[in-house]
Write a protein that binds this ligand. Sequence first.
Ligand code: FAD
Ligand code: MLT
Ligand code: ZN
Length: 503
Amino acid sequence: RRWASSHAATPALNQVTEEDLAQFSKILSPQSILSTLGSNSVASSELEPFNNDWMGKYHGDSTTVLRPHTTKEVSEIVRYCNERRIGIVPQGGNTGLVGGSVPTGRGEVVVSLRSMNNVRHFDPVSGTLVADAGCVLQSLTDYLAPHNYIMPVEFGAKGSCMIGGNCSTNAGGVRLLRYGSLHGTVLGLEVVLPDGTILDQLNTLRKDNTGYDLKQLFIGAEGTLGIITGVSILTPPAPQASSNAVLALPSFDSLLPLFQRAKRELSEILSAFEYIDRGAYELSVRHGQGRGLSPEESEGAECFVLIETSGGRREHDEEKLSNLLEGLLSEDKPLINTGVLSQDATQFASIWGLREGITEAVSKEGKAYKYDISIPLSAFKEVVDATRERLREKGLLRPDAVKEVVGYGHIGDGNLHLNVVAAKYTPEIEAALEPFVYELVGKYKGSISAEHGLGVMKAHALHYSKNEVSIEWMRRIKSLFDPNGIMNPGKVLPPPDGTHEPS
Ligand code: FAD
Ligand code: MLT
Ligand code: ZN
């Protein structure tokens, strides 16, 4: 059956005027408004951090940034924008990698959550944390540390990204293998809906089977269905001991048997298993992101793995990890060339730095085309190689165009980060990569977005991962919540005419 599209055209939106600004001034204090309009106007440079994304790939031209302090203020802003048909871009730490957090030239206002940054409640018995959406992930980790709890989500942007942004993107990261996705750990949300209504679902219950679980719709909605203002999340007890090791593999062929061995031998204490190919490793080392192996140790390795264990008893856990390494090295045809175990907290952090610092290393090296994909583990290398080959065939693999093609990612989650590092963003490179990469992913029945979301980058490519019926019901959900199309326009859903938003 073909579904008639319920989304005929994108509703027209209005630009912010000085009159609108006067209305915002009735809701917010003057310090909470940054605008290039009106009598208190600021220079457009002050809006740059809100108008440009982390990678320097997506650029907006919003005139106005609003920084509410309370849910009521968010509600009043949204209600007004809905009446006036003004687009809204919700923004957390602006660390998103798909252009979802910056405006798209539709005159949107940016609603930044950064002034809503208080912990509302923590229960040290259940581990339930209730926090404002603008709390920075690292600040929540710091808050929990004295209580011996940790956040179930963790990744390289932790110093800037915010818990509301994490929920809105359904961020994955390096702890998903152990603690599962935010669809499982988030217990409740407070959301301002596109008409300004406050949906209070800030439950702290572990179990609640009372019908449709509405909060799940906002996890991963990338701000297209409402603004998350509060999050209730189940935090795990801090492990008594954590260790990690970096292993050098002679060939990619060792990777899957190694993963199987690690799962079997480390069983309940295996908490992360991360992949770094040779190119990504060298980039990270070159840009000083963390502790690598010595040049002798890494010589001849085709790829690298970071293994982390987290458990209840240090001696027991360390023994298991070193037994695994010793066992691997003593075999006739070892799966690894070498492995280095962290000896103290500094080395532990430094080994993680090597992996988590790749994103930053890539952006220091050049401009990144980032493809965050789910594919079978066995295809991780061939997808990177095929992409490199494609660029070579197009004559683009040269220092002034594409410098490198690298791969890294979360093996435990089947999530490869395919990164094409270019001297600059050009339409020619993009045309060589898209839809090539999406078609490749489609061939493996994979996902074009494993954890970063669709944003503006992949909205037009949704059909590579979702069928027609699914997309139609996504559109219906969007129309139901946001009939005027004010919430993060141009993001997530494909444009009705099939066009691609310019980057
Ligand atoms: P923003 O970038 O501000 O926004 C992201 C999206 O969410 C936008 O669509 C925005 O409109 C929406 N949004 C933000 N806040 C709200 C809100 N309160 N209500 C409604 N919508 C909202 N991602 C991973 O999944 N795994 C990783 O391992 C990972 N590592 C990263 C490492 C680095 C160095 C960097 C720069 C990024 C990384 N990311 C990763 C991507 C990014 O950090 C995550 O997507 C993160 O969750 C975004 O949070 P944020 O607060 O910065 O959101
Ligand atoms: C990571 O796993 O490092 C992040 O998702 C960021 C990236 O893809 O670079
Ligand atoms: Zn990742």
